[in-house]
Write a new protein. Structure first.
Length: 79
């Protein structure tokens, strides 16, 4: 069953990504290894740490009246 949520800012994006990671049964370190980055980077994203990119992205979404949603689909394989 898919889970869907509205992404209103870096914090909600981080929470949704954290839930997706947990539903897949991965630690932050495991997800980082899967995508070739550091555990700290995953932590920063999940904690909603502001960055120039996310601040500008959400400013553009607000200004254009665009709503961003995310859907977490259960994975059927390890790929």
């Amino acid at each position: 069953m898919a889970v869907r949520g509205t992404v209103s800012g870096p914090e909600s994006l981080g929470r949704i990504l954290q839930q997706a990671r947990l539903l897949n049964g991965w630690s932050q370190r495991e997800l980082a290894a899967r995508i070739g980055t550091s555990q700290r980077y995953i932590w920063e994203i999940e904690s909603g740490k502001p960055s120039i990119y996310t601040e500008r992205l959400f400013a553009v979404l607000r200004e254009t009246g665009t709503q961003l949603t995310a859907t977490i689909e259960p994975r059927s394989d390890d790929g």
